[in-house]
Design a protein around this ligand. Structure first.
Ligand code: NAG
Length: 399
């Protein structure tokens, strides 16, 4: 058995072509790429739990918990942190870049209790008390509005109940920020449950978004009568194809160009070891309706879903969808943004700032930092988490 393993390791080493890489450097990303959240956390040497949370409208969500480092028993300043991922993605984003870099592991190392949300429809939250995601179209009749209106309050209530803490710290990425804004606009009581909200690469107004994906969304946005379907599912065509090309180490150069020109351009932050793990886990599945909705928003601004004049009149009592009531967002909210963000463009962040009183904006020093770098970038422990910890400790924003 051992000799077979040795043979495999040596073969991999020879095939890699140059002596510098050790076998474990090559094998580790290949293994990490195919483990689910629970397995990956264990592989990386941490401890996790999986919890099931039911929303008011019957969806069953998986919420992960990464336990604080075991040496933390006597530390007083522990926060309960909820990490919420962005569009097409999942809670895996909290662990993908691995120990020392990934948000969940850094929080755990610093003795915090980390919870990880999974929006309805992603690979870990494809369940409902009556609807079958593989058979019932109505399962996929949702957008980030339902994520804010139903998913988040269910998850926040659950965590505060289990931990017996009244407040938690929220760290959202991209659509994870959007859903938080929607929740507060629709049910302002939840403002008091969030000690601080950190919004990385926030998505709300999208007029200046440069992502090619957004262009595609804009093109299909007028087709409001599309069927309710699942798209970009984990193990589906797009993810499998992306992985079969980009899961290979020798395609790093090609993929860093191809993939990141679709998802946001940065060749500096996402390392060779991390990108196969990204394509092994993303995309994680979402509804077509949500995809279309982002196209509407890029076209018309941050407002409710546009069903067309007639149906809008019935639902909203007006021909165009209304804006969200953002003056109801009163919690302490810190946005972490970047100049090279192809989704959360700084001009659009300014529009968001003008709608939410007291919002704080922090622009990261690295001008090349991109949309995905907030969750996968090698400089997260240098540029992002220290800002979060400093603010939690003394409300000082180092930027
Ligand atoms: C991860 O995979 C293992 C093995 O297939 C399975 O038992 C477990 O339920 C999975 N966990 C999640 C959260 O999907």
């Amino acid at each position: 058995m051992q000799s077979i393993l040795w043979l495999v390791l040596m073969t991999v080493k020879i095939y890699d072509g140059h002596g510098r890489s050790s076998p474990s450097n090559i094998l580790k990303p290949m293994i990490r790429a195919h483990l689910n959240f629970t397995e990956l956390v264990e592989f990386d040497g941490y401890k996790s739990e999986a919890h099931q949370v039911q929303t008011q409208d019957g969806y069953i969500l998986t919420v992960f918990r990464v336990l604080a480092n075991r040496y933390c028993d006597n530390i007083k300043e522990k926060h309960t942190i909820l990490f919420q991922h962005g569009l097409y993605l999942s809670g895996d984003d909290c662990i993908i870049p691995g120990p020392g870099v990934a948000h969940c592991y850094i929080y755990s190392d610093n003795c915090h209790d980390v919870w990880v949300g999974n929006s309805r429809g992603n690979r870990y939250s494809r369940r409902h008390i009556t609807k079958n995601p593989d058979k019932d179209e109505s399962f996929w009749d949702f957008t980030f509005i339902e994520m804010g209106k139903y998913d988040l309050p269910a998850v926040i209530d659950y965590i505060t109940k289990v931990t017996k803490k009244e407040q938690l710290v929220y760290v959202g990425h991209s659509e994870g920020v959007t859903a938080l804004l929607v929740l507060m606009a629709k049910d302002p009581r939840y403002n008091s449950k969030i000690k601080v909200g950190f919004g990385m690469s926030p998505a709300a107004w999208m007029n200046h978004a440069r992502l090619p994906m957004v262009t595609l969304q804009k093109i299909i946005a007028p087709y409001i009568d599309l069927p309710n379907k699942e798209i970009l599912e984990h193990g589906g065509i797009v993810q499998t194809l992306a992985e079969s090309i980009c899961g290979r180490r020798r395609n790093y150069f090609l993929c860093s160009k191809l993939l990141f020109s679709i998802l946001g351009n940065n060749r500096y932050q996402i390392t060779k070891e991390v990108y196969p793990v990204i394509v092994g886990h993303s995309s994680a599945g979402v509804s077509l309706k949500n995809f279309v909705y982002w196209g509407q928003i890029a076209e018309n601004g941050f407002r409710e879903y546009d069903y067309g004049k007639e149906k809008n009149l019935k639902i909203y009592g007006r021909e165009t969808p209304p804006e969200f009531n953002l003056n109801k967002v009163t919690m302490d909210l810190v946005l972490l943004c970047s100049e090279n963000d192809w989704v959360g463009d700084l001009k659009d962040v300014e529009v968001l700032r003008s709608h939410v009183a007291g919002i704080k904006v922090c622009v990261v020093e690295d001008k090349t930092f991109g949309h995905l770098d907030f969750v996968y970038g090698k400089d997260i422990p240098k540029l992002i988490t220290p800002k979060i910890f400093a603010y939690l400790k003394s409300k000082i924003l180092n930027c």
